[in-house]
Design a protein around this ligand. Structure first.
Ligand SMILES: Cc1cc2nc3c(=O)[nH]c(=O)nc-3n(C[C@H](O)[C@H](O)[C@H](O)COP(=O)(O)O)c2cc1C
Length: 305
């Protein structure tokens, strides 16, 4: 998740859950082969064999519209150690869509086909190629065509965020649309959207008819959500979240984005508030603060209670 699930967040969440895979924030591809340093900046895990510190594989996500440049950059990601490549056809951001990247491509399954097949041709056979889509742009009328474009272009996996671009992030997610195409395609399907709890995951698996799930915001709101779903663990108590918050704060401060420390922490608290009322209190205490030490002392004070 762009601007949210960066290396530090990935490191933390994969250290407390047994995720099968982590997708990076997207790398924007326009009209060039990006230098290696761009990939390393986006995914420092590439310097660690493509794994987070707790050995969860990561996969680089690319967002762009020009098939040849997408293919060249996909190849580079693989050469640098990414565990496969993921192509983003779901991003609703205006700037991205204006340049014909992300969700706007859902209006044109043939363009999706061209991109996916070019990337497939360029990659070694063993590399997993996945794509991420929504149900459509304004509505789901092209959904089957989009799925068929991705699968006939020989991608291996398809993640479906079960909403249209127009739906944005508004609940509900329409998981049954995934179930409805289940028998019409051979591609491995992964369901995504509005999974916040064990109950949501169970219902999603039933409606989407796949056991493969991708977590989004829910993974930030309940830090051990993956293990709650996968292994029936109890949701993490607030006291454990507090320890994580402190750990995260320290990681942020030593990381190369420490300048953004206060906004990063506030951002995570906005998600935590969804599951923990205590996060609301903490948020209100630090919301006007920018100084790192002041923030850290309040985090320590409140989380000690
Ligand atoms: C702040 C934010 C950033 C996101 N960035 C990406 C991204 O870079 N790539 C991507 O495929 N999806 C991205 N998404 C979409 C999520 O991966 C996910 O598909 C969506 O939030 C639906 O799942 P959820 O309801 O569980 O959050 C982003 C979502 C949010 C809220």
């Amino acid at each position: 998740m762009e601007g949210v699930a960066d290396e530090l967040m990935r490191q933390m969440l994969t250290s407390i859950n047994r995720y099968d895979l982590c997708i990076t924030e997207f790398v924007r591809i326009v009209d060039s082969l990006l230098p290696e340093r761009v990939f390393y900046k986006n995914s420092p895990e590439l310097l660690n064999g493509g794994y987070t510190k707790s050995k969860t594989p990561i996969r680089v996500q690319l967002l762009g519209q020009e098939p040849n440049w997408m293919a060249e950059n996909a190849n580079r990601a693989i050469e640098l150690g990414s565990h496969g490549v993921d192509l983003n056809f779901g991003c609703p951001a205006k700037t991205v869509n204006k340049n014909r990247g992300g969700a706007v491509l859902l209006k044109s399954p043939e363009d999706i086909y061209k991109i996916v097949s070019k990337v497939r041709e360029a990659l070694p056979e063993y590399s997993i190629l996945s794509a991420k889509i929504r149900l459509g742009f304004d509505d789901s009328s092209l959904f089957e065509e989009i799925v068929s474009a991705v699968s006939s272009a020989k991608a291996d996996q398809l993640t479906i965020h079960a909403r249209t671009k127009l739906d944005g992030y508004k609940p509900p997610a329409y998981w049954h649309h995934i179930g409805r195409i289940r028998d019409k395609t051979n591609i491995e399907l992964i369901a995504n959207g509005e999974i916040w709890s064990f109950g949501d995951a169970t219902q999603c698996i039933k409606e989407a008819q796949t056991n493969n799930l991708m977590l989004g915001r829910g993974a930030l709101a309940l830090p051990n959500l993956a293990d709650v779903i996968k292994f029936g663990h109890q949701p993490m108590p607030w006291s454990t979240v507090c320890n994580l918050l402190r750990e995260y704060a320290e990681l942020e401060l030593i990381g190369d984005k420490s300048y953004y420390f206060s906004s990063r922490l506030k951002q995570w608290l906005r998600y935590l508030k969804i599951q923990y009322p205590q996060a609301e209190l903490l948020f209100s205490q630090i919301k006007l603060l920018k100084n790192k030490n002041e923030i850290l002392s309040i985090v320590n004070l409140l989380t000690d209670k």
